[in-house]
Design a protein around this ligand. Structure first.
Ligand SMILES: C[S@@+](CC[C@H](N)C(=O)[O-])C[C@H]1O[C@@H](n2cnc3c(N)ncnc32)[C@H](O)[C@@H]1O
Ligand SMILES: [Mg+2]
Length: 445
């Protein structure tokens, strides 16, 4: 879409925004392949956690509170899926999952800068409870992202992920709406990542954090081979625990961090795997392993997670047929970047158009209070919005009045009468002055 010199996102014109919001609303109307049963956030515990059902735990057990903090972001940490051993002693600050998410954010940021191309479409495979989706949401504008596709095989994890993502986007809605960036459609799918799906082919980036070790090694290799050989993202990032690091958690040699792990790799094994991949897939440049999560005193063990970064060198496209779509869509939600700025600009345009036409007729002056004034319902002004109803309907009337107050340097006031939201313009104002003020203020933005 946009190639920008400094790599820091780019402003889009209002029409581009409005069209993007229109497309988004249409996409959100598409029926889902399957509606997941709603997992109970309070009771949910990922199946790969080896602890008891929290309901059966004794009240006041601090371990219970500890994992709830980790999963739901209550309390001090917003980790959503950390290893039990890592969690037990609060080894990492910030938490390891947050460090992994930051690693992805920094790697994608560098990738965007060095290639001067947006990361339009991002795939997250084995997304779990969507911690990465939440962690990256404020950077989508910088990346130039418009589509995020997440897939997992576990219905409960997906349902929890969807709920946490929705909660996150609502809670951070104000901040996100001020970000420069187009709205992002975030879709989730139920599926087995061992089967390639055409919708995940030719993406700009695919990320898979701490997933491969949950699949038998031969299948894990098949998954990675499928990504590098069939799906062909421009960048692929995946991570897995560094088995040697378990010593830091006081674990015995050979003991895995989770009961659900099918394997864990030592540093040499992981480095060898990446070398094999470099030979088999020469169209990818694969870095030596990156390490994430250090603890003081254990420098010799590198880091708790080891990550691969693979960048596509050639301009290759998938040969996977378009009709291969085994995943089922199970959710979609919008990250509404940029909406505040667009709404503001559209309201200004509507106000200017309205004020040009309005008749400030002396006979309609209201003679109550200090100064005679005119009252107009805001709906009359919003009638001039040049936006599809899908976008216009997201603009709150009172917020629109606040915008008008601001853009007129408070020469217009809020005046809501009998439940009708409106503005008041005092007799001393002239149309010419109001128009000039709005235009002058626009130049200052
Ligand atoms: C440890 S969690 C990691 C979740 C997430 N990537 C994160 O960093 O928070 C591993 C996830 O991989 C998923 N998974 C395991 N095997 C899978 C498969 N064959 N297809 C899709 N997802 C799979 C699990 O359901 C689980 O949600
Ligand atoms: Mg794991």
């Amino acid at each position: 879409m946009t190639d920008v010199g400094d790599g820091w996102g780019s402003p889009y014109d209002d029409q581009t925004y409005v069209n993007a919001y229109d497309q988004l609303e249409i996409a959100l109307l598409e029926p889902l392949d399957r509606v997941l049963p709603l997992a109970n956030l309070e009771e949910f515990r990922p199946k790969f956690k080896n602890q008891q059902n929290p309901r059966q735990k004794k009240k006041g057990n601090s371990g219970d509170a500890e994992w709830k903090d980790a999963i739901y972001g209550f309390g001090t940490t917003d980790e959503s899926d950390i290893d039990d051993h890592e969690l037990r002693k609060n080894y990492f600050q910030p938490p390891l999952q947050v460090q992994r998410n930051s690693f992805v954010k920094n790697t994608l940021m560098d990738f965007k800068r060095s290639t001067q191309m947006d990361i339009n479409r991002l795939g997250i495979m084995g997304c779990g409870e969507m911690s990465l989706e939440r962690g990256l949401s404020e950077f989508f504008g910088v990346f130039g992202t418009i589509n995020v596709l997440s897939v997992d095989i576990d219905q409960d994890s997906l349902s929890v992920g969807q709920q946490l993502l929705q909660k996150h986007l609502t809670q951070h809605g104000d901040i996100l709406s001020c970000e420069t960036g187009l709205p992002v459609l975030m879709r989730s799918y139920l599926g087995d990542i061992l089967e390639p799906d055409h919708r995940f082919a030719d993406l700009d980036a695919i990320v898979s954090l701490e997933v491969v070790e949950h699949i038998p090694l031969a299948d894990a290799k098949k998954f990675v081979n499928n990504v590098l050989g069939i799906l062909l993202p421009r960048i692929f990032i995946f991570s897995t625990p560094n088995h040697e690091y378990n010593a830091v958690f006081g674990m015995k040699p050979g003991e895995f961090r989770h009961d659900d792990h099918k394997f864990e790799m030592e540093r040499k094994e992981f480095a060898n795997w990446l070398e094999e991949l470099s030979i088999r897939f020469p169209h990818y440049r694969i870095d030596p392993p990156h390490f994430i999560g250090m603890t003081p005193g254990y420098k010799n063990l590198s880091g708790a997670s080891q990550a691969a970064v693979c960048r596509l060198q050639d301009d290759l496209n998938t040969t996977l047929p378009q009709e291969i779509t085994p995943y089922e869509s199970v959710g979609h939600v919008a990250c509404r970047l940029g909406s505040r700025m667009v709404a503001y600009n559209l309201v200004r345009q509507a106000f200017l158009e309205w004020v040009e036409k309005v008749d400030l007729c002396p006979t309609k002056l209201i003679n109550e209070g200090f100064l005679p004034y005119w009252n107009f319902a805001i709906s009359n002004i919003l009638h001039h919005l040049h936006a599809p109803i899908s976008f216009a309907s997201t603009i709150d009337e009172k917020v629109a009045i606040k915008y008008i107050q601001g853009m007129t340097s408070h020469k217009v006031h809020m005046d809501c009468v009998n439940g009708i939201n409106g503005i008041a313009i005092t007799k001393s104002q002239t149309k010419t002055d109001l128009i000039a003020t709005v235009r002058d203020n626009a130049k200052k933005i």
